[in-house]
Design a protein around this ligand. Sequence first.
Ligand code: ADP
Ligand code: ZN
Length: 535
Amino acid sequence: MSKAIKKAEKILKQYYGYDHFREGQIPVIEAVLEGRDVLGIMPTGAGKSVCYQVPALMMKGITIVISPLISLMKDQVGTLNQMGVHAAFLNSSLTSGQYYKALQLAKQGRYKIIYVAPERLETESFLDFALSEQVQISFVAVDEAHCVSQWGQDFRPGYLKILDFLDRLPYRPVVGAYTATATAEVREDILDILRLQNPYVETTGFDRGNLFFAVKKPVDKYKELVSYLKEKGYDTSGDSGIIYCLTRKSVEQVSFDLRNEGFSVTRYHAGLSDEERKENQENFIYGKRQIMVATNAFGMGIDKPDVRFVIHYNMPKNMESYYQEAGRAGRDGEPSECILYYEPKDVRTNRLFIENGEENSELAEETRKIVKERDLDRLKQMTFYCFTSECLRQYILNYFGEKGSSYCGNCLNCQTQFEEVDITLEANTILRCLDALDWNYGAATVIDIVHGGKSQKILGKNLDKNPEYAVLSERTVPRLRQILRELQFREYVEEKGEQYPVICLTPEGKAFMKTEEPLIMKLPKEESEKKSESK
Ligand code: ADP
Ligand code: ZN
């Protein structure tokens, strides 16, 4: 261990009370202390703030921390002050009296660390402080650095002002950028736009060994949810968990139903009043309510250590969102579960969000198009996660640019035995069945046709005249459902329509029918045993 790190560890002990740095923190801190720019890519909860606060305390002069969120600034400055570090924040939550007072004290060298919103950087009053002769800014830490990237989900135009600000300073300070977003485009953007000089780049700590990962494809998600909660004893144990839904409407529905079922539930989404949101959040954090049902609006800046499960009732739009939300489980290091319920509909809903998204309205048309494409690609990667039969942890780590072993033992896929099943015949039968229909029907009806159902709908609409009627009557309905999902995943068929989703054959599906290619699918072994039993 280098001398500098030994010294840094003393500071860590003295101010934070921790004995050791985490593995990924050391090189990032060391580089800054050597005067080198850094890009630290670490997941939420890994301890990024320590990575810039500790060097800030050791370096001469002032450290400026650029941060996008007022609430986070307040929290961090509050904590620093409690530790005995002179720190302040400058943002729009201050009255102008408070703001000028703070700047005056800053100019007198009263603060070691100053948090500032990016939009402030180019204001006259701030520059007056930053450029004044007695002030030496030796380190600029850019928190949530992905906000600089238009590819990211949280692009913040104010972040583009950082470079101008750095250029104005009489000496270029050391610059550190920190983020939990690790995709290649975002990383390149941060390096480019902030023009980091010979930076040390560290990607680390994405693995959270205490988290168990699973993807489930229940036919009835709500039933599955309730039986999970009961089976794990969440109706009596008092342990906490979060259930993420894609829309406000489903937050309302799921929280209402669970409450009726007798669970201790609260909810959170952007449609509630500030007051109610605050109250619900506190009820959850302080354990008055055990289960939080929420949209992705919930969670930023929340550090509740003992969340035992995070269930995604819907598939989110990308792996970044998924891992950030799932990662809110088990921050105390105790075993916790992250379960995702997959349903093909979620792919469509997310696609609609991306295609009609107003989020990036400030971007140029051309850029918006590229962003849209990347978002669709990310959605695809998210969907792959739901369909892989490989280790889920490895999939996650690879996505974030880290290596994982092919067997973690702590995810559903590692605990499931898969077998390869030839589904060529089934696939072609379903595709031919769709091809022969002159009207589009929902998934259940299509399965019913090939399975040979005799319902009113089948007989009434002469669907029993379909050439593929009852061809797969030997298969179980759950198996046929799996196969249809696989066809959807491969985009041989697609589901269309909001109110009444119908299954349609795609051009890719038609092309596949003409080939003689075999189609192999990996399926959990148990399921196949069940199949032979039910025969
Ligand atoms: P991030 O900004 O990466 O989401 P934080 O900086 O908020 O993470 O840190 C998450 C938690 O980990 C905090 O409670 C922090 O005090 C704690 N922490 C950071 N570094 C260490 C360490 N070396 N040892 C123990 N706890 C740490
Ligand atoms: Zn695994």
